[in-house]
Design a protein around this ligand. Structure first.
Ligand code: COA
Length: 332
């Protein structure tokens, strides 16, 4: 099957991102946590990350990233008829972060909601927005991935707190116009082992209590080794299936933007897919893992650096808690 036989889907009319100004490098972190620059760099490739201030919430980061994406797309708030925010660190359980930014951006009273697919969230949100635009009932969607992961990091758990950072990225999707075209999606999940990566307390299973606070249950918990293995397996499978379903091989891919979790995961993915590492765009050394924000931040940086040439094929691929995974094909 060739690309020509596909019904055209959404166009990315504009992209934008925002990271908080506070830079924390590994050396600074090692004054607070029992770790070292050498350990973090060699195990993860991360050199520094950005942290929001106490007063900044996820919606503050999402708001600025959205303004940047709207301006890049040449769109006004009035043009938007759908807002989807992917996040695991919403300002609060409800109302949604999407509603909060709708009001601040001055977007009309259109459909606004959050989705939660952890680090795959932005790609899931693109998939959902594309489906809604394809229905013909929506014309212009604001899709955001935004996180303040520092709000759920356990500073007493050195195996997790060195990995994450805060930030936001956004894209404006339209069903006509100029820009990279979304041409294929593959999203999936395996909920059989939810505790591999989770935040146990604060939900209906274990509401906030003195006991849950004492158990540090409101912080992110992770089995790093198992997540590592699963990440490489599910991302490579999703990527191969998506390429094959759309009539492409791995050789057709010009650029990959993987979820920015760990340089060693990216290297293993490169080997497993037999796609050279120089086709992977990575900025995790600067920001750490920003979960749902990682791909749109990387996509924005790569776009602004003019890395993509017209006609090239791009692949976004992510994995996250759930486990979830998602792959998206883009024709630049
Ligand atoms: N600084 C220094 N030492 C650390 C450390 C830190 N920040 N974190 C763990 N260690 C120590 C451990 O205590 C352990 O010491 P020991 O051998 O004396 O017991 C040793 O380093 C190895 O720990 P381990 O957890 O086995 O390391 P690892 O090689 O598996 O690397 C991760 C840990 C987290 C970097 C790795 O498993 C990983 O990247 N997993 C994927 C995580 C991920 O991407 N999550 C996001 C999903 S979206």
């Amino acid at each position: 099957m060739s690309i020509e036989s596909h019904k055209p889907t959404s166009i990315i009319s504009g992209v934008g991102s925002y990271v908080p100004s506070q830079v924390v490098d590994n050396v600074t972190l090692s004054k607070k946590v029992d770790t070292s620059d050498e350990w973090i760099r060699s195990r993860t490739g991360i050199k520094q990350r950005r942290f929001a201030t106490e007063k900044e919430a996820t919606s503050d980061l999402a708001f600025i990233a959205s303004q940047n994406a709207l301006s890049d797309a040449g769109k006004k708030p009035n043009d938007i008829d759908l807002v989807i925010v992917a996040t695991i660190t919403p300002d609060m359980a409800f109302p949604s972060t999407a509603c909060l930014i709708q009001h601040r951006l001055g977007i009309p009273k259109v459909a606004c909601f959050d989705i939660e697919a952890a680090c795959s969230g932005f790609l899931y949100a693109l998939d959902i927005a594309d489906g809604m635009l394809s229905s013909g009932r929506f014309k212009c969607a604001l899709v955001v991935g935004a996180e303040k992961l520092s709000s759920i990091m356990d500073w007493e758990d050195r195996t997790t707190c060195v990995l994450f950072g805060d930030g936001a990225g956004a894209a404006v999707l339209t069903n006509s116009g100029e820009g990279p075209q979304l041409i294929g999606f593959k999203s999936g999940a395996d909920g059989s082992n939810p505790t591999l990566l989770h935040q146990p307390a604060g939900g209906s299973l274990e509401p906030a209590s003195m006991k849950s606070l004492d158990a540090r249950g409101h912080f992110l918990k992770m089995n790093g080794r198992e997540i590592f293995k699963s990440a490489v397996r599910v991302m490579s499978t999703a990527a191969r299936e998506l390429l094959s379903e759309n009539g492409f091989s791995v050789d057709d891919v010009d650029h990959i933007i993987p979820h920015q979790a760990n340089a060693r995961i990216v290297e293993s993915l490169s080997q497993r897919l037999a796609i050279p590492l120089d086709k992977f765009f990575c900025n995790l050394d600067k920001y750490g893992n920003t979960s749902a924000a990682s791909i749109p931040i990387a996509f924005d940086e790569a776009t602004k650096a003019s890395i993509f040439k017209q006609g090239q094929l791009g692949l976004f691929v992510a994995f996250g808690a759930g486990l979830t995974w998602s792959a998206v094909l883009v024709r630049f």
